[in-house]
Design a protein around this ligand. Structure first.
Ligand code: CUO
Length: 681
């Protein structure tokens, strides 16, 4: 309820049942105090259920209160970050859940709503007594960050007059095909992908209390999760006959990628700033945002990181020299490049990745002379929409790749699983030949009722069209000649075969384009084993229901067990509907790769908490170590031996590949119910 309709006062009934918070009079905002309890009673009379909020001693909120409720909050803004850390600490520090509710009720109408929701979410995810609660998807509480302003306005104007049906959001509302980059807008602007990215940064904040930031291998996961985003984006680009994304090698080059988000960034109804094509970056100096980034200084820091990558040595802030080894080096480098507070030396290596988000995010008004706020790339909830996100992250990924490539190739013994042979790999999609993946469009609904202020209490939803695929399964034949039962880890990847011009990709290129699809443990009995695994069991994804809830009429209503399953995923994970790249109408060739590694060498000894499953491969396990002892991206994270020229050369007996085809159909398919609607335009 604390997240519902974040811009309505706390005492206005929330939730579908109209639950209201009964707050102490002192909790009213100062300007409402003179009105007395009348202001509250007017609203609580409308509610059927009341939550009484106890009175506590309120801590000093002067610092976070200095951010106006009408401003847009962003984690890439150092001042906002400070406010967020302050609020998170307060919320985490509350002794009991009742105290937390009380403080939240007090802050609700005083603190910037986006800052409030962020800090409360982080606190709920990290407090031992609340971490099993699920926090709502950001798209439900701030629909303005996900759906165009015209849809929001339409609801505000019309919903109190008459019931309005789901508002259709056309796919091509941010640009036209005159911009080739727009061909992959459906992917960049996908609801689930953006919610995932926001949620990832919620689980892995780069600043805040140390116990919140310092998670197992967080720097390495920063590298790996964003690398997977790039690999997936590139497969999507190739599916749409675009070349792989460029890397932002030179900060002085104009940024040809333009972006016009059409989104409101704050409750003030202001949009995220736009960026035309070919803008050049300039020094950013905005005292109002405590943001000062000089290009020359950033270039110097980039040089220092390049040196650190080349020498595999880092200068720590206390003067020590830290060696970056093959095991933990990538984790240090991830924290250093981002940078998180775990960076060994912020003064020397700076805050490169965060500064790049800020530089681009303010390039339309670097000295604040037009009083403009940032653009979509400077807000983790919207940054993946902007095509300039990818050249930035491609450059960062290049640093990681250079570092990884400086280590020797895996020895055969580090890749093999002696005695285990993967004899076959197949992909099966119902009603299709083997090794075919089928993609199509689906229309799904998302509820907006919880996110907007003073609109009808009748459910109002938007309907969006998004990529989807037929559920499929993998079939592996595995022979175990060890002579006893053993456990193995199955690792499944797919990668493109040809570039945008139709040339065959080299193995070296393919290695950087490997998309992790699934990773799971199997018990292999002695002899032959047939292993099947469904695509919706993937360790990457959260289920469709986590993204879209139960608003789709065509979908048979969920059982309680299904609903619990969806909620238990706790939000972080790649959306299931985006597991497969779009492919092409003529069929887009890809290679599928499966490997069975020795679980004895992969295992991480820990109890597994079952209450909150996330898309483990990209999000880790909450409160636990990353559940795979191998480097992230294994076995493709290291440069192979020079004799390896192709994926086939790379294979050891415990690996196998299959040539697969991703076939896209323009048909809009409903979920589960096999009703097909043909697109008319
Ligand atoms: Cu996720 Cu740049 O780290 O946005």
């Amino acid at each position: 309820l604390m997240f519902d309709r974040p811009t309505e006062p706390i005492y206005v009934p929330k939730g579908n049942q109209g639950t209201s918070f009964d707050i102490p009079q002192e909790y009213l905002r100062d300007e409402y105090q003179a009105q007395g309890m009348g202001i509250i009673n007017r609203w609580t009379s409308l509610s059927s259920n009341v939550v009484t909020v106890k009175k506590i001693a309120i801590p000093d909120l002067t610092v976070p209160e200095s951010l106006s409720r009408y401003e847009t909050f962003s984690l890439f803004n150092p001042t906002h970050r400070e406010y967020a850390a302050y609020m998170t600490k307060l919320f985490i520090g509350m002794r009991t859940v009742d105290d937390l509710v009380s403080l939240a009720a007090y802050c609700h109408d005083r603190i910037n709503p986006q800052l409030f929701a962020y800090a409360l979410s982080v606190a709920i995810l990290h407090r031992p007594d609340t971490k099993d609660l699920s926090i709502p998807a950001l798209s439900e509480i701030f629909p303005n960050k996900f759906f165009p302003s015209f849809a929001i306005r339409q609801v505000e104007v019309e919903s109190l007059i008459m019931p309005i049906g789901p508002i259709e959001i056309p796919m091509d509302h941010t640009a036209s095909d005159a911009d080739p980059e727009h061909r992959v807008a459906y992917w960049r602007e996908d609801l689930g992908i953006n919610v995932h990215h926001y949620h990832w940064h919620l689980v892995y904040p780069f600043e805040g209390p140390l116990e919140v930031v310092d998670k197992d291998r967080r720097g390495e996961l920063f590298y790996y999760m964003h690398r997977q985003i790039l690999a997936r984006y590139n497969a999507e680009r190739l599916s749409n006959k675009l070349g792989c994304v460029r890397s932002m090698k030179n900060l002085r080059d104009p940024i040809f990628e333009a972006y016009y988000s059409k989104l409101d960034s704050s409750i003030a109804g202001r949009g995220y700033a736009d960026r035309p094509t070919n803008v050049r970056l300039q020094d950013v100096d905005r005292p109002v945002d405590s943001t000062r980034v000089r290009l020359s200084e950033l270039e110097l820091r980039i040089k220092r990181v390049e040196d650190a990558v080349r020498t595999r040595q880092v200068l720590a802030s206390d003067g020590r020299v830290i060696d970056l080894d093959a095991c933990t080096g990538i984790d240090i480098l991830g924290n250093m490049l981002e940078a998180s507070i775990l960076t060994p030396n912020k003064d020397y290596y700076g805050d490169i990745h965060n500064d790049l988000h800020s530089l681009i995010g303010y390039c339309h008004d670097p000295d604040h002379r037009y009083l403009e706020s940032f653009s979509a790339i400077a807000d983790p909830a919207t940054s993946m929409r902007d095509p300039a996100f990818y050249p930035v992250h491609a450059w960062i990924d290049e640093m990681f790749t250079r570092f990884k490539d400086s280590f020797p190739a895996y020895a055969e013994s580090e890749l093999e699983f002696q005695g285990v042979h993967v004899t076959s790999l197949e992909i099966q999609t119902p009603e299709a030949d083997k090794n075919i993946l089928k993609t199509h469009w689906t229309k799904s609904r998302v509820d907006m009722t919880r996110g907007l202020a003073f609109i009808s209490r009748e459910p109002i939803s938007v309907q969006i069209q998004h990529l989807n695929h037929e559920t499929f399964h993998y079939e592996l034949g595995v022979r175990n000649n060890i002579g006893r039962e053993v456990e193995g880890t199955v690792r499944i990847f797919i990668c493109p075969v040809r570039d945008d011009l139709g040339h065959k990709l080299t193995f070296e290129q393919q290695r950087g384009l490997m998309i992790e699809m699934d990773k799971f443990t199997v018990t292999l009995k002695n002899g032959f084993n047939r292993i099947t695994r469904r695509s919706d069991e993937s360790s990457i994804t959260i289920p469709y229901e986590s993204t879209f809830r139960d608003l789709n009429e065509d979908r048979p209503s969920q059982t309680d067990a299904e609903r619990t399953l969806a909620f238990n995923f706790c939000g972080c994970g790649w959306p299931q509907h985006m597991l497969v790249p779009k492919g092409g109408v003529q069929g887009f060739p890809m290679m599928a790769f499966a490997m069975v590694s020795d679980y004895a060498l992969d295992r991480v000894d820990q109890s597994v908490n079952s209450t909150c499953r996330t898309g483990v491969s990209y999000c880790g396990l909450r409160d636990r170590k990353y559940p795979d002892a191998r480097p992230m991206g294994y076995p493709f994270d290291r440069k192979p031996k020079s004799s390896v020229k192709s994926l086939h050369d790379f294979l050891t007996p415990n690996m196998n590949v299959a040539l697969i085809t991703v076939k896209f159909s323009e048909v809009i398919k409903a979920l589960k119910v096999p009703k097909e609607i043909i697109v008319t335009n």
